[in-house]
Design a protein around this ligand. Structure first.
Ligand code: S3P
Length: 172
């Protein structure tokens, strides 16, 4: 997990419920950086929410929009970027993220993710008969991708958000 790029961006990756947005906001605040959430940016540009994009354009349509947004925001500097959980699925995104900032994988045990995403209506990928099983599937599929994309892996299941942010600041 070496070869960190010489840029001042911090990029958070991990599954739904890992805390990318919550931790990202706090981290940006304490480091004097600008916080950007790629899902929010997609919603801002389209004027509709993520579930509606999935409904009308499918996951494939959403992924196209996600690539566009990632390419645009990756050009900025001094940002903390919270990505969507599926950002690492495309090789081109993984490459882009790694060269655009220090990539941090917020690694949370799948049981904790299940707890945090219960009753979640804003995540189309979890709107299935068995969201918990789906989450396990996604974890198994993506955990290796997050690990290979990250410069830093932060085990983030247990500690409070404040402690996690402090730990991160020390590692950066
Ligand atoms: C997705 C995660 C979501 C959002 C979309 C797809 C995924 O972001 O991008 O629903 O593939 O894991 P969060 O990780 O912020 O929930």
């Amino acid at each position: 997990h070496n070869n960190r790029p010489y840029v001042d961006n911090i990029i958070l990756i991990g599954l739904m419920g890992a805390g990318k947005t919550t931790i990202g906001k706090l981290l940006a605040n304490s480091m004097g950086k600008i916080f950007i959430d790629s899902d929010h940016e997609i919603q801002r540009r389209t004027g509709v929410d993520i579930p509606l994009i999935f409904e009308f354009e499918g996951e494939a349509g959403f992924r196209k929009r996600e690539v566009e947004v990632l390419q645009d925001v990756a050009r900025l500097s001094n940002i903390v970027l919270a990505t969507g959980g599926g950002a690492v699925l495309r090789e081109e995104n993984r490459e882009l993220l790694r060269k655009s900032g220090t990539v941090i994988y917020l690694r949370v045990p799948v049981n904790e993710l299940k707890r945090r995403t219960r009753f979640d209506k804003n995540r189309p990928l979890l709107q299935t008969a068995n969201p918990q099983a789906r989450l396990v599937e996604l974890f198994n599929q993506r955990d290796p991708l997050y690990q290979q994309t990250a410069h830093i892996i932060l085990d983030s299941g247990r500690q409070s958000v404040r402690v996690l942010v402090q730990t991160l600041i020390k590692k950066l």
